[in-house]
Design a protein around this ligand. Sequence first.
Ligand code: UD1
Length: 418
Amino acid sequence: MDKLFINGGNKLYGKISVNGAKNALLPVLAGVIMVDGMVTLKKVPKYSDVLAMCEILSNLGAKVNWHGSDLIIDSSTIEEHTITSQLAGSLRSSIFALGPLLCRHKIAKVAYPGGCEIGLRPIDIHLNGLRVMGTRIVEKNGYIYANGESMEGCDVTLSFASVGATENIMMAGVMTRGITRIFNPAKEPEIVDLQDFLNACGAKVSGAGTNMIYIEGVESLHGCIYEVIPDRIAGGTYLLMCAMCGGEIEIENFLPYHNQALLSKFSQSACKIDIKDDRIFVSSSGRLDSFIDVETAVYPGLPTDLQPQIMALQTVSNGYCLVVENLFESRFKHVPELIKMGADIKFRSNVCVIKGKEKLYGADVNSPDLRGGIALVMAGMKAEGYTTISGIELIDRGYYQIEKKLAPLGVDIKRIEK
Ligand code: UD1
């Protein structure tokens, strides 16, 4: 297993560009299952989760090819309707394939999904929604057997605005006879992006990003050329890195209106932020006053996917900060690792209190999950001395070649291949 080796203490200078969003690409790749034709996705980073989703598509029978950074998928050859536990277990997004497989074949057999271990992560809201639409579902031996022959458009009200369930049910409605309306949907930008992709393929979806999504079933979908939105979590991560380490950077391909909750946290801070269209200029001394409190929420609230990175910044800010995690039960696994590096953090259940310290110190730490892992990279960049991070295959799920991305900013970081 590879490791990252960081010699900390450098400030950041230069320009960094945000790649396409992992959380937009994964549902779009599931949506490709419904298409009868060729889809070209432009400028796709080879996140390991994207590669895993490509493997799922290949196993279903699609022809998947890379042309530079363009991903070209011919899904007209998809015949299979099964996703095995070996494939599904590698990522959470395998469950997104359920709705599209039902549209394509009327039957699907999908193993329970894997993914980062940040909580229980049930799929009841996905399955309930599909059941309301008329799908017969049997759960047996780790598999979901679904039969969608009686599926019809109808009203589906989600008990919680789950991102994945919204995407799954939205896709299930795309080729289902009649009108499907989703009430209490998630409103994340990635859901609007999925709507845009599906409509580019001939679907009739509207309302994504509002309180109700409206889907008129169509007979078929055709191919298209599409580029997903920039990754707001990666963009936010780079901003937090500069705030924490100090320096002056320009972040390109950063959509400020996707990151309002994070940007508002900086309005009272000494970190200077200038926004010009889709570019943001950040300058920081590297020692800010603590954010008073940080509470994760569904969009447009503060994303849970930025909670570990914000916590890393708070470990070296001036004063106390309270962090409340409201989305996932086990999303503080980075805390013991940050403590190994000298952070002062007390935690109970879903609340942490962080007392900012002057310094962190390099240590051998282990990445517990994707975002917790990048928070450790940040801590290593700030710390005095050397930090070695293992478990970095989890970071590779959503940050492509992070060491190559950060080195040009002056970060002394290397990947040690085993
Ligand atoms: C997506 C993102 C993930 C992000 C999360 C919350 C992708 C690929 N992943 O994950 O990066 O952290 O949104 O913004 O886009 N829940 C249920 N039952 C369900 C579904 C969800 O109880 O059927 C619960 C979950 O356990 C969790 C909460 O709802 O507590 C939010 O989950 P959800 O919005 O579904 O997140 P994901 O789609 O898994």
